[in-house]
Design a protein around this ligand. Structure first.
Ligand SMILES: [Zn+2]
Length: 233
């Protein structure tokens, strides 16, 4: 038995279609923004743990496949509707990190690049944390140390296979990346405190290593790093 044809329902769906995404970002099937099958594969994706500057980094996901697609859609296309499935696990990791740290531990976030913040109008880390039930933490401040600090560096780092990565970015050596990053962040109010630092995507770890340095320089100690995703290998 076929469902009776309801012109009014077709019209309602057509109107809804103007507001709701009709294709899954992960696989393209006509469904919600993230179909049930892709949600399941995301839930089954393993976490990642690595060391950055001698500090344990917990990443909610590896930065590959569906996770990479979702983060790029969120960050480059402003698909804020995709933040919840990623942010839920991220927020849980942050809460665990704080629970396992000494009481009074401060949560700090790595600030977005000025270019990214201007272009997007939102901070992906704050949005993802909010979807994971964690209130906006204060951020490390960005220090302008040299005029030649490469514009879009973090963007190139995060979306290196995206269209925005400029020529030559991939060829920068590790030494150059470190040299360009040291001294770019500053922490305040952490003297004598333990700190958990959060960021969205970790590739080389240079940015988080700079966050660890900045906290140390301000008299604090980073006890855990937490990220949405880590680029491994
Ligand atoms: Zn799908």
């Amino acid at each position: 038995m076929t469902a009776p044809h309801h012109p009014w329902r077709d019209a309602a769906l057509a109107v809804l279609g103007l507001f709701l995404p009709v294709a899954c970002v992960g696989c393209g099937v006509a469904d919600r923004a993230l179909c049930t099958s892709c949600r399941s594969s995301l839930a089954a994706a393993p976490r990642r743990v690595r060391l950055v500057a001698g500090v344990r980094l917990d990443a909610a996901f590896e930065y590959e496949g569906l996770v990479r697609t979702l983060l790029l859609e969120l960050k480059l296309r402003g698909r804020v509707d995709l933040a919840r499935p990623l942010g839920a696990r991220f927020g849980a990791l942050v809460r665990t990190a704080l629970a396992e740290s000494p009481s009074g531990t401060v949560l700090l976030r790595v600030p977005p690049s000025p270019q990214g913040a201007r272009r997007r109008g939102f901070d992906p880390v704050v949005l993802l944390l909010a979807r994971g039930g964690v209130r906006r933490p204060p951020r490390l401040s960005r220090v302008r140390v040299r005029q030649s600090a490469p514009a879009g560096r973090r963007e190139a780092e995060h979306g290196r296979q995206g269209a925005r990565a400029g020529p030559g970015q991939k060829e920068r050596s590790a030494v150059e990346r470190v040299a360009a990053t040291v001294g770019t962040l500053r922490a305040v109010g952490v003297r004598g405190r333990t700190v958990v630092v959060v960021d969205d995507v970790v590739t080389t770890g240079v940015t988080l290593a700079e966050a660890v340095r900045a906290v140390r320089a301000a008299g604090g100690r980073v006890v855990r790093l937490v990220a949405v995703a880590s680029v491994d290998g």
